[in-house]
Design a protein. Sequence first.
Length: 239
Amino acid sequence: MTKLSVNINKFATLRNSRGGNNPDVVKAAVDAQLFGADGVTVHPRPDERHIRYEDVRQIKKIITTEFNIEGNCTEQKFVDLVLETKPDQVTLVPDTLGQLTSDHGWDTIKNKDYLKDIISVFKKASIRVSIFVDPDIAMIEGAVATGTDRIELYTEGYAKEFSAGRKESGVKPYVDAALKAKELGLGLNAGHDLDMQNLKFFKTHIPWLDEVSIGHALICDSLYLGFENAVQLYKRQLQ
């Protein structure tokens, strides 16, 4: 079964735009799991423009489902937060400072030594590690040498091809990458621009997918459908 992890960053974006604590991000995490999500994802950034570091601490205290923290491990503050809160999974993303959203995966060959060292830090703390990668066979092969438990396929390219009516050619590099990951014994996650339209097609072609992390599209759908209904509808796409 492919798990759905709901990224709740957009709740924090809305809260921060007005000040105060409405919507309550901690309650959003609790409600996500109450409504059927298999996990909750947060992606704190150094400028705390959406999820704040204290949010992560408070969510960790009350969450009962799987907790995934994404972020840039070159920021020591992020590393310290992960080691402090000990989520079930940490997803390492090669963001640059001030980046609007994640837009590429790791070069696992060029950064092999660095990734190997930082991944070992998290694994020693019994935290499962996933690293963000593009659907490139060389990058998948390089990921094995880093010691990561899983990879997360960066799916923006697939989403763009799907919306342009090229879904078969769009999904092919992801299937090839997923097959290589399976062959090499890597767990497989996916995320970025997956939505109600393209998710089922992606899952159908990669049925052994472990987890998808979805935030922006699901929260946008929640404005019209309601949060609980949106979570359930996304779960249905993964069946």
